[in-house]
Ligand binder design. Structure first.
Ligand code: ZN
Length: 436
């Protein structure tokens, strides 16, 4: 059995390391293009050998086009006394992401048309973007907004929108088979931790761990800007996506809430079964939701032309927590042990996929006599003996080449690791052969 899972201690160490990685990436001003993404991918290269790809502005990708590249070096609002009341240096969330440059004096009335706040959360700064519509703007706390005096304000955004490129990272790990497992995470959010530095950190550490293992599947990790990144990647790799047999969109993995698995559009893909079976049998609090055409990049992977078996494994889902897309999604909102727990759940689900095979019972006419084949010696003597024996009966009965070990686990309600252990013992007694 390929053993992907690491010891408890390694996982916990990884929790701290992932948290440190998030702290390193937190200040970068990421967007769907620009130097923030490049800086992020370069940091990840210290952990895994990511290939950084650049796709020029104007490149067509299905119904879309790579936009001009956005970069920003400074931004502020000054009052008439020359005091900076908002500074990009304090938080990159203060600037409407993808703002066009601006340098002028405006009345309070005009300024108000370009300020975004959260009246319900007066102490938080919202995160807002304007990728495909030219605009400039600032985000601030509602309480600061309320306190703005009638004055003339200097608004300054030192940004550029130029013919450049869209940057994404790709890391491919070659396994025994050409068949691939895709792990995709978005890298376009600025100083926001759960959405999505947690996804970046868990994906990077997962890749780091898998890179050291002997694997059945090949793995492809994508670190891409949301929406446009997956559309661009799919358009460049249209002919190769048939190799993707399973996939997960990794995001929202560092907060305290329970897990949520959003099924692939197919709804009954092996990844859907593996994720649900693992969460259920490990008694980890979770919720399963059916595919819906909004959320993250699973929207593109599961668009009808591709319909890939890609689910999305998060904790609290997209948009369903108050801190979502606000300054409160910060370093306090994510926890090292939650990141570690998420990493471990990903590893366990992949472990099921790596070990899921279909067998054929070589003694299908009535039950084989297990004692005389030494099976009880192979599975006896542990506190799992009874459950392993029960698992053996399930495996022998269902192994007609049509049911995988995961199918048997789901049907019997016996956890996959037990089914696998019992199948190994039956295989060693020449009672099973792998179904080709
Ligand atoms: Zn988001």
């Amino acid at each position: 059995m390929l053993e992907l899972t690491k010891t408890e201690i390694d996982i916990n160490k990884a929790g701290t390391a992932m948290y440190e990685l998030i702290a390193e990436l937190y200040p970068f001003c990421r967007s769907i293009t620009g130097n923030g993404v490049r800086q992020t991918l370069k940091s990840l290269q210290k952990h895994i050998p990511i290939i950084i790809n650049e796709v020029p502005s104007g490149t067509k990708a299905f119904d879309w086009e790579v936009p001009r590249e956005w970069n920003i070096s400074d931004a502020y609002i000054k009052n008439s006394r020359g005091e900076k009341i908002i500074s990009f240096n304090n938080s990159n969330l203060h600037v409407l992401n993808y703002s066009i440059p601006v340098n002028k004096k405006v009345s309070l009335r005009e300024l108000r048309n370009h300020v975004f706040t959260l009246p319900d959360r007066p102490e938080w700064i919202p995160y807002r973007t304007s990728y495909y519509q030219e605009n400039w703007g600032f985000c601030m706390t509602h309480s600061q907004f309320e306190s703005l005096a009638d004055d003339t304000y200097e608004v300054f955004i030192d940004s550029t929108l130029t013919e450049g490129s869209l940057t994404y990272g790709e890391y491919y790990i070659k396994g025994e088979k050409e068949d691939e497992i895709l792990i995709s995470t978005h890298v376009c959010h600025p100083s926001l931790c759960n959405d999505n530095l947690s996804g970046i950190a868990v994906s990077a550490f997962l890749a780091k761990m898998l890179g050291k293992q002997k694997l059945k599947y090949s793995y492809r990790f994508l670190f891409i800007p949301g929406t446009i990144g997956s559309i661009v990647w799919l358009s460049k790799n249209e002919k190769k996506v048939y190799k993707i047999k399973h996939g997960l969109v990794a995001t929202l993995l560092g907060d305290d809430s329970d897990f949520t698995y959003k099924k692939s559009r197919r709804g009954n893909a092996e990844i859907d079964m593996a994720a649900e079976h693992y969460l259920k049998s490990a008694k980890i609090p979770y919720k399963i939701i059916d595919f819906i055409p909004y959320g993250y990049d699973e929207r593109q992977y599961c668009s009808p032309g591709f319909n890939l078996p890609v689910g999305c494994l998060t904790r609290k889902p997209h948009g369903e927590f108050p801190e979502y897309h606000t300054s409160a999604d910060n370093m306090d909102f994510v926890k090292p042990y939650r990141l570690a727990e998420s990493l471990s759940v990903y590893l366990e689900i992949l472990n099921i996929l790596e070990n899921n095979v279909s067998y054929v019972n070589l003694n299908p006419n009535c039950e084989p006599q297990l004692g005389k084949r030494g099976l009880y010696d192979k599975i006896g003597g542990t506190n799992q003996t009874q459950i392993l024996q029960l698992a053996a009966l399930w495996i022998l009965n269902m192994s007609d080449g049509k049911n995988s070990l995961l199918d048997i686990s789901v049907k019997s309600g016996i956890e996959f690791s037990i089914i696998k252990k019992s199948a190994d013992a039956l295989y060693a007694c020449d009672l099973l052969k792998e179904h080709s």
